[in-house]
Design a protein. Sequence first.
Length: 184
Amino acid sequence: MTATTAHASLYTIALQRLDGTPQTLADYQGQVLLIVNVASRCGLTPQYAGLEALYRQYRARGLQVLGFPCNDFLAQEPGTAEEIQTFCSTHYEVSFPLFAKLNVNSTPRHPLYVALIAAQPQASGGGGLRERLAQKDLLPPHSSDITWNFEKFLVARDGRVLARFAPDVAPDDAQLIAAIEAAL
């Protein structure tokens, strides 16, 4: 897959909103995207608050935070679409778009994550999460796999995948904020 093909293909991949409505990322073309695999029962779940704060702060400048629930990591997103929506709105007042649950590492890996990983095979930043997962034998089999819930991909207005941030890079991390500011 060439870089140009990867850019175009991000916008054509079939997705589904949490409410079941079909959608593609073409609806967000020309905006900066922060794509995050999310989960409701994870130690990193409080990041929902920070992601919502980013969305509210930068949305008018063209940032879209897009949440993709995933149950690939210790079944930390077991809920139905309705349960996920209720949890996110009740506990974190999430107003950014949420999509249907998908696979980021398990088979079959969703085509969106195939394209994102191909464009950015390694995550940057983060604290000791990767080491803690290794100690518990919970690392995914391939170094390019998504490490855990709340891994973040930053996509430019033209569809290029600019960066990939480790799950434990908080939404208010200076490195992430700087990358968002630069993309905007």
